[in-house]
Design a protein around this ligand. Structure first.
Ligand SMILES: C[S@@+](CC[C@H](N)C(=O)[O-])C[C@H]1O[C@@H](n2cnc3c(N)ncnc32)[C@H](O)[C@@H]1O
Length: 313
């Protein structure tokens, strides 16, 4: 079981500082994982504070039982894309003082070969964050059109050889189905001519399939919109991304809500109308992990934190 696998929280101080915690505030951790950020948030809360945590992974929910005795803590099993609905059901919409999202996969998910996320460990080609439902990566690869596979590899993996890899998968799969991570990793290794230094040739395709199988980008977009909806005036949004697709989304999202509405030049519009769209104020620049953190935790390498504040309108 995954309990043998630990997770070192990334940008822990910076992300929680970004939330600017008030002891009696109400916070949401959309990505409980193993609860590193959640525990830090709880350590800043007084007895009237509250933390609602979400995770779609049943093993994360199991790990959250360790906090079950804390009356300030609530755990929800589900996708953070539904964040606004969960908060609405709890009657807390518009009252949330901070939302934290630490995107991507946890170390236990990556390190447990049985979850099928890693090309370095042989296991069933699963990749579902919520492995209690939905199609696995193996099931998708067994049926997907070449066009669809190529699109996924290119769009979500920024893979240059997307079409070639998709064709090779389709050509091989009837005879040797791709059931295990090593089946897919070795095919890509075999057909990749120009290998990048320090990067396994299957890195991009594994990332792409994971994003597709878990609808990750749709979930992020819904979660960000949901966060703006549930945050109280001056509430904080603190988001850690792990790859350029995620960070680009977060950056554009914050920009979209921090700029005045664009109207054709010369149209008579009031200041108020122009500012209708302004719901967020970005706080500072993107934050990256310190050298000391990277030395301790090389997995933090690609992480980027962005913080924004909900405007009072
Ligand atoms: C990087 S880990 C979070 C680690 C956590 N901050 C900690 O310190 O232990 C990401 C977690 O988010 C969860 N997750 C990813 N996408 C999700 C989604 N759309 N909805 C809910 N949970 C999600 C994963 O299952 C994983 O447990």
């Amino acid at each position: 079981m995954s309990e043998n696998f630990a997770h070192l929280s990334v940008l822990l101080n910076e992300a929680v500082e970004g939330l600017n915690i008030r002891p009696d505030g109400i916070y949401v951790d959309g990505t409980f994982g193993r609860g590193g950020h959640s525990r830090r948030v709880l350590s800043h809360l007084g007895e009237h504070g509250r933390l609602i945590a979400i995770d779609r992974d049943p093993q994360a929910i199991e790990a959250a039982k360790a906090l079950a005795d804390d009356p300030r803590f609530t755990i929800v099993h589900g996708g953070f894309g539904q964040l606004a609905e969960y908060i609405e059901q709890l009657g807390l919409s518009g009252k949330i003082d901070g939302v934290l999202l630490d995107l991507g996969v946890s170390s236990p998910q990556l390190d447990d070969a049985e979850r099928g996320f890693s090309f370095l460990r042989d296991g069933p080609l699963d990749m579902r964050m919520d492995n209690s439902k939905g199609q696995t990566a193996a099931e998708w690869l067994a049926r997907a059109d070449i066009e669809d596979m190529a699109w996924v590899f290119k769009t979500y993996g920024e893979e240059k050889n997307a079409r070639h890899i998709a064709r090779c998968i389709a050509a091989d799969r009837d005879e040797t189905p791709f059931l295990r991570t090593k089946d897919l990793a070795s095919l890509i290794e075999r057909i990749t001519k120009h290998k990048e230094r320090n990067k396994h040739p299957a890195t991009r395709v594994f990332q792409a399939i994971r994003i597709y199988i878990n609808s990750e980008l749709e979930q992020i977009s819904q979660a960000l919109e949901g966060a703006v909806e549930v945050l109280a005036p001056h509430g904080r949004l603190s988001v850690i991304s792990f790859h350029s697709l995620e960070d680009r989304m977060v950056k554009r999202f914050i920009r979209k809500y921090s700029q005045a509405e664009e109207v054709p030049y010369g149209l008579p519009v009031s200041e108020e109308q122009l500012n209708r769209n302004r719901k967020l104020q970005p706080l500072g620049k993107a934050i990256k992990p310190s050298d000391a953190e990277l030395e301790l935790n090389p997995r933090a390498r690609s992480s980027v934190l962005r913080v924004a504040e909900r405007l009072a309108q």
